[in-house]
Design a binder for this molecule. Structure first.
Ligand code: ZN
Ligand code: ZN
Length: 121
């Protein structure tokens, strides 16, 4: 399948440090990785709907539609990533549940590194 280049731009920053774009001309999908252990989480696959629009005949218009849907799909995936990963209050890392210790209060929520590599309860 053909791949379209897309520049997400600085304002489209992924929630985690590392993310991958699997999107192609037919669907949108993104991976996000835990900042600590690199565990991968793949966002829900969204189909590109602009392709079904019969009055879009030229490639440029289709590419614009795609870029629009791509941006929206990324924003949605990014929001989901916020729920999947935890934000360490100390170092700011976005980590998976395995790398996170939930404190009694939100301010005590830290990653395993900041907890001093102790095992979390
Ligand atoms: Zn992790
Ligand atoms: Zn931390």
């Amino acid at each position: 399948m053909q791949k379209w280049q897309c520049n997400l731009g600085m304002e489209r920053k992924a929630f985690t440090k590392k993310s991958t774009d699997h999107s192609d001309t037919g669907h949108f999908s993104f991976s996000f990785f835990c900042d600590r252990c690199d565990k991968e989480w793949v966002s829900e696959i969204k189909p590109f709907t602009g392709g079904e629009c019969s009055n879009v005949s030229n490639d440029e218009a289709l590419k614009l539609l795609w870029a629009n849907e791509h941006r929206t799909a990324f924003d949605e995936a990014n929001l989901d990533a916020r729920l999947k990963f935890n934000h360490c209050q100390t170092c700011g890392k976005k980590v998976c549940d395995d790398c996170f210790c939930f404190g009694e209060v939100r301010e005590d929520d830290v990653c395993v590194d900041c907890k001093g590599r102790q095992k979390c309860e």
